[in-house]
Design a protein around this ligand. Structure first.
Ligand code: ZN
Ligand code: ZN
Length: 288
């Protein structure tokens, strides 16, 4: 009897030990799995060759055959969602440039509007006539009338106040600035952040710092309107040195940056200056 009891106790102990070890191992494996997932997400960020930014609207010429007009709009593919950032000033120019660049309005999931000015929002109505099945991310400060019109065309309105995630690896800085509230786009790539601005009314340095504060990473490229048309050479050079201090690797000023500032950026960034105009296509191959 006694031998049997000892045998049972030993057996139970063995079972308990095996169960314990199994539970322990499972937990470890799960934890490891979780860590793996985080790492996998970090590895899968866009920029693994497939991020493409196509400037569909700008007042600076780049590609022959495209119309240039005051305003800005860029089409972004590669991240989880396909995005149109700003809509230029004129719907027919926007749609005609898109067609010439083989950009299909129907492929766009999200429209992000930087700020209320007509040279960034003017093309929206015509675009929504072609594809109303989108979410329009706009600064919360936009007039109610504007938001209602977008909804009336069948699109979803997402009001942006603070910095927020738009989709995997794409964020908004949130609406910045006092008088003219403006949001900028932050795209996370494997080589750092790409910041795209509309007019940079809140100040380009402030926007870059806000982007860096929100998504803690190095800045690979800052592109878009820098709003330096009437800035002095001294002020522009101060901004350029601030870019360098913040570790901005590439600069692609266009739209309202002005010729003087563009040539100074080109001088100081050298081969890391990206010439941006209507029809320019930027891929990770340009940002080595
Ligand atoms: Zn503006
Ligand atoms: Zn503008």
């Amino acid at each position: 009897m006694r031998t049997i009891s000892v045998g049972i106790i030993l057996l139970l102990t063995a079972v308990a030990v095996v169960l314990g070890v199994t539970v322990f191992l499972t937990t470890c494996v799960q934890r490891e799995g979780e860590v793996m997932n985080e790492e996998t997400e970090a590895i899968l960020i866009p920029g693994a060759g497939d991020l493409t930014i196509t400037v569909v609207y700008d007042n600076n010429p780049y590609k022959q055959g495209l119309e240039t007009a005051w305003g800005f709009s860029a089409y972004i593919t590669g991240p989880e969602k396909t995005i149109l950032f700003d809509s230029g000033g004129d719907g027919s120019i926007l749609l005609s440039n898109m067609e010439k660049l083989a950009v299909e309005p129907n492929k766009i999931d999200i429209v992000v509007l930087s700020h209320i000015h007509g040279d960034h929002t003017g093309g929206l109505e015509s675009f929504l006539e072609r594809n109303p099945d989108v979410a329009v991310y706009l600064p919360e400060s936009f007039p109610a009338k504007f938001k209602h019109k977008v909804q009336a065309q069948g699109a979803k309105v997402v009001e942006v106040e603070q910095a927020m995630k738009i989709c995997a690896n794409v964020h908004s800085t949130g609406q910045l600035g006092r008088w003219i509230k403006e949001q900028s786009l932050i795209i996370r790539t494997e080589r750092g952040l790409i910041v795209i601005t509309g007019c940079a009314h809140p100040g380009i340095v402030k926007i870059v710092n806000a982007a860096k504060d929100f998504v803690k990473d190095d800045i690979l490229l800052v592109m878009g309107g820098f709003h330096l048309e009437w800035a002095s050479r001294g002020k522009i050079e101060k901004i350029i040195s601030s870019f360098k201090q913040s570790g901005v690797r590439y600069a692609g000023p266009c739209h309202c940056t002005g010729e003087k500032a563009r040539s100074l950026f080109e001088k100081h960034f050298g081969k890391n200056y990206i010439g941006v105009g209507a029809g320019r296509i930027i891929t990770m191959a340009d940002l080595q």
